[in-house]
Design a binder for this molecule. Structure first.
Ligand code: FEO
Ligand code: CA
Ligand code: CA
Length: 657
């Protein structure tokens, strides 16, 4: 939980010479790339004063001979000790031999003693607010004081988005939705805080726990703090001061702070807004940049709060990181605007050597950026109350990667060129509200959809999961985004200068270029020891376990039908001779992705949020409750597929993996 950094120096290793590195990355020397190369060479002189040319150590890469396109088995010690499962498409959830999985909680399960029973045919907004929400994603784990014969914890769960055709039997198209349906949707998303208890080997939900809580898009009052609080662009008719908003939504990934609060991230918030503004409106350009403008589908068709023609500033009140104290159910959540506004995927944090908190964050859209926030003040590890305003003061940075393996963190600070009135920035509020536009001006590096960003407190490295980017064109490839029409994603490893998470410079290396290594046209790069099932596509969520091993879950969408496997969870080696080798541990039922993987503090339980089970895609064509791909987990006629959290344990109860 508490990612307190341990100092462990990475090995020193010389960065491969440029032609070798380009070869390794599989980059063709196109005319465009010659230009990129020239820029890189020009940049080298600048880098002399940066991490690249100083004593900062490079991450130990595999020798080039170990990276190949096709699996070749070599014998090297493994850190994952489970029997790998196979790729496949099927209706069941599969875990490695010697492990079992149980459904802990499903969409619609009660959180409170007086919650109505779930009834697919008579859902109401009120009943949904008493029940576990839809499409679970991030899971935070907060241990509670436990007795010798039992273990207690709170799970902090995101409910990312609603899927009306998979939720409501009385509609056939989203055009059939009424305001009541929309209200149920708004109540089904947000967050759940759930107490769980393990007696003997069985984890159970504690229905009616004083900590159980639903936070929704429809009813929860949430405060703003930080630079954008109270700014005129945050004000609406119902909140004329710009300090209070109803709800949070599109909560994708997140993080837990070292003091035990829960950060939940608002991702695709633009999807719920409808309407359009005229070109001369001040918000026209920002809303274009955030994909809010000129949308017909969304809650705004029936709920004027989400119609930008009726409630123009409402989109500025979403796209933030929200802090929730799971131990204080009566306290309002707080949207921490100092962390910037974009399509936030996750917010994993770590304490820098100085004691400052560093929060890593991706903006998950094609050609968007990687950010980090470094707090001004140091974390009080003894008194949580002293961290209450920690996320309100600090510096927000955006990343610029160089083709030579360098990394610069560029501060998004009002008043420093180019973030000045000349360019439309009149305060730090403008900078955080329009963080994407500020990052554009700073010439940050557009990435292949940054999903989770995972700081590894044991090694000082940071893993950036780039899921895919079919919008990347051949002329826009660079070393960190090495493929055009990238359908499969890659994982980039950052080493911050001087092993300091708060550093403003660093270096980067490619951990894996994902996809099928047996197909030359895919251009995948894995460790040569990889098995037929160890490779994956479209990394989404990552977690580091108690032993310091990285686990990666995937979200392929229709790419599953190319890779021949449902989404799942893989162990991924990051060190030594097996670096870049995946190993498949868990496979989801068809239609679902494995989100939010999280371990209990003792590493003996693994929680996985199975999102959108049975929900179809363009390839399957099965996108409705009337004809889902499957009805996991109940698999009963008439019972809908239900997003659920499963808990995985080893038969002998020992540590996983
Ligand atoms: Fe909601 Fe970026 O996945
Ligand atoms: Ca995600
Ligand atoms: Ca996802």
């Amino acid at each position: 939980m508490c990612n307190v950094r341990e100092s462990k120096k990475p090995l020193k290793l010389n960065w491969p010479e440029l032609p070798e590195r380009l070869f390794w990355l599989g980059i063709r020397m196109t005319e465009h790339f010659q230009a990129v190369l020239q820029r890189r060479i020009n940049r080298r002189s600048f880098l002399k004063k940066s991490a690249l040319a100083t004593s900062v150590a490079f991450v130990p890469s595999l020798p080039l001979s170990a990276i190949v396109n096709a699996p070749q088995q070599n014998t090297v010690t493994e850190t994952f000790n489970f029997s790998e499962i196979t790729h496949g498409i099927g209706d069941e959830l599969v875990v490695a031999a010697g492990y079992e999985h149980n459904v802990l909680i499903r969409w619609g399960d009660p959180l409170f003693s007086d919650a109505p029973d779930f009834d697919i045919n008579s859902q109401t907004p009120f009943s949904q607010e008493q029940q576990f929400g839809y499409n679970n994603d991030y899971i935070g784990y907060l241990a509670l004081p436990s007795k010798s014969d039992s273990q207690r914890a709170l799970l902090c769960v995101n409910h990312e988005y609603s899927l009306p055709k998979m939720m409501f039997p009385d509609i056939h198209s989203e055009r059939d939705l009424t305001l009541n349906h929309v209200n149920i949707e708004q109540s089904s998303v947000g967050n759940s805080i759930v107490e769980i208890q393990k007696i003997d080997r069985d984890w159970k939900v504690v229905v009616g726990s004083k900590f159980n809580r639903r936070i929704t898009a429809r009813t929860t009052q949430i405060e703003f703090s930080g630079p954008a609080k109270g700014h005129p662009r945050m004000q609406t008719k119902t909140d004329t001061s710009g300090v209070l908003v109803t709800g949070t939504l599109m909560n994708c990934a997140g993080g837990m702070t070292p003091w035990g609060t829960y950060l939940t991230c608002e991702e695709n918030f633009n999807n719920v807004f409808t309407g359009s503004l005229s070109k001369d409106h001040a918000e026209y350009a920002p809303y274009e940049r955030y994909g809010v403008n000129q949308r017909e589908e969304g809650w705004g068709r029936l709920d004027p709060r989400f119609n930008i023609e009726a409630t123009t500033n409402e989109p500025n009140r979403f796209g933030w990181v929200v802090e929730i104290d799971p131990l204080a159910p009566d306290e309002k959540p707080i949207k921490r605007t100092a962390l910037g506004r974009f399509k936030h995927e996750g917010a994993e944090s770590v304490i820098a050597p100085s004691g400052q908190l560093v929060v890593y964050m991706g903006d998950d859209a094609a050609n968007e950026y990687l950010y980090k926030f470094v707090s001004r003040d140091v974390v009080d590890t003894k008194n949580k109350a002293n961290n209450r305003e920690l996320l309100d003061h600090g510096t927000l940075y955006v990343a610029r990667f160089s083709d030579s393996g360098g990394l610069d963190w560029l501060p998004l600070e009002y008043g420093k060129a180019p973030l000045t009135p000349t360019n439309g920035f009149h305060s730090q509020a403008d900078v955080v509200i329009n963080a994407r536009m500020a990052a554009d001006l700073l010439k940050a590096t557009p990435l292949d959809r940054p999903e989770d960003v995972v700081p590894h407190s044991h090694t000082g490295r940071v893993y950036v999961l780039l899921t895919n980017n079919t919008k990347r064109k051949q002329e826009d490839i660079d070393a960190v985004n090495p493929r055009a029409n990238n359908q499969f994603g890659q994982i980039v490893e950052i080493a911050e200068a001087n092993d300091d998470f708060a550093a403003t410079e660093g270096t980067w290396d490619m951990l894996v270029v994902a996809g099928d290594p047996n197909k030359a046209e895919v251009g995948a790069k894995w460790n040569s020891n990889i098995s037929e099932n160890g490779w994956f596509a479209c990394p989404d969520n990552g977690v580091v376990d108690q032993k310091g091993r990285l686990w990666v879950s995937t979200d392929q969408g229709d790419v599953a039908y190319q890779t021949g496997t449902n989404d799942g969870l893989w162990g991924l080696e990051t060190e030594g001779g097996n670096r870049g080798k995946g190993k498949m541990f868990l496979r989801c039922p068809e239609g679902a992705e494995a989100t939010g993987p999280m371990f209990s503090d003792d590493g003996t339980s693994l929680f996985v949020a199975v999102q959108h089970p049975g929900a179809g895609s363009r390839a399957s064509g099965k996108d409705s409750l009337h004809d889902p791909i499957n009805r996991w987990p109940d698999n009963e006629k008439g019972v809908p597929p239900k997003p659920s959290i499963v808990v995985v344990q080893k038969h002998d109860g020992t540590e996983i993996g």
